[in-house]
Design a protein around this ligand. Structure first.
Ligand code: AMP
Length: 320
């Protein structure tokens, strides 16, 4: 029998002629593939609907699909907004809740408050694409190979190739179903996700060589703009390298800070092994998952204070 929340989401999708899909600012592959896949699923099943996947584009993610631009004269008074992979509206890239007639959230971040009219939240899911895949199989909506490859890409990326602890039998089952039913070309997916220029690997080596590690097992580095220039890498690629430091024996928790000249804000990426860090991030106006969080800070003193708080957290777990 179809899951009740899936049934309600499908009903709302059927009800609206115009649907806008949005995701979090600073998108990663799971956020992008979620919105592109859901847009294409709705278009494939309901060709007459107007469906837009929006947000600022990221050139290296164009391979997953092109995002839509909405002209200013389009009104959303009668439209449905679906936000994906994002817990709260202050992290949504683009639209405002008040502009829409009805709002839905599909997300895997922990969040206690309700922010949309209808919510599908599962903080045990390894990715948002896993939740969309589950929705699609349960509702028996049609998909095709291209959509299946995007869903698979998001599942692989956000679980870090099934390495992270959120990976469950359901993650593997859904990935296997996509692979079996739609004959996914995994090498094409992995090339899109993982191929990169050697300068990025060199930068990664620099980060590991220059990482400071405290006696409590907290590793940190401040990525300056002059480093970004010197290695000729883009800053979002650099901060994503936080994921490449997993399984280093001496590290319990690790963090990067990078400075964004445009917004004049320090972006912090934090990861840990078995030490919950989202509540520490929340104290600094950030948030995220239990073992993968982030924050945006106004000054370097706050960066140092957050790093100190994370080091203290590591100390609590020092003997484990
Ligand atoms: P990132 O290191 O940018 O990949 O982010 C890791 C996780 O933390 C993601 O799930 C983000 O949604 C979340 N996150 C990052 N920055 C913030 C922030 N300023 N506020 C709340 N959550 C954040």
């Amino acid at each position: 029998m179809m899951d009740n929340i899936h049934k309600q989401i499908l009903k709302k999708i059927k009800e609206f002629d115009t649907i806008v899909i949005a995701r979090h600012i600073g998108p990663d592959p799971d956020a992008i593939t979620s919105e592109v896949a859901l847009r294409d699923i709705i278009k494939l099943n309901f060709p007459k609907k107007k469906v837009y996947a929006i947000g600022s584009g990221v050139s290296k993610f164009k391979c997953f699909g092109i995002l839509d631009k909405i002209s200013e004269d389009v009104s959303f008074n009668d439209a449905l907004l679906i936000i994906l992979d994002v817990p709260r509206f202050d992290r949504v890239d683009g639209p405002k809740k008040e502009e829409f007639k009805y709002t839905i959230k599909i997300d895997h971040h922990p969040c206690e408050e309700g922010v949309t009219d209808l919510e599908l939240v599962d903080d045990t899911a390894a990715s948002c694409t896993q939740m969309i895949t589950d929705f699609v199989f349960d509702t028996k909506l049609k998909i095709n190979k291209e959509i299946a490859e995007n869903l698979y890409a998001g599942i692989v990326a956000d679980s870090d190739r099934f390495l992270l602890s959120y990976t469950s039998p359901k993650t593997l089952y859904l990935a296997a179903m996509l692979m079996e039913k739609y004959k996914i070309d995994i090498m094409s997916v992995y090339n899109k996700l993982y191929e990169r220029p050697i300068k990025e690997r060199k930068f990664e080596s620099f980060l590991i060589s220059n990482l400071k590690v405290s006696k409590n097992g907290f590793g940190y580095i401040k990525i300056t703009n002059s480093l970004i220039k010197e290695f000729d890498v883009d800053s979002s690629t650099a901060s994503n390298m936080i994921n490449d430091l997993n399984f280093i024996k001496e590290l319990k928790c690790w963090a990067f800070s990078s400075y964004d000249d445009n917004s004049k804000i320090y972006k912090i990426n934090i990861r840990s092994r078995n030490i919950p860090i989202n509540q520490v991030a929340e104290k600094f106006n950030g948030g995220g998952h239990k073992f993968a969080s982030g924050a945006r800070l106004k000054d370097e003193e706050s960066v140092d204070a957050l790093f100190e708080a994370l080091d203290n957290e590591c100390e609590k777990y020092r003997d484990e």
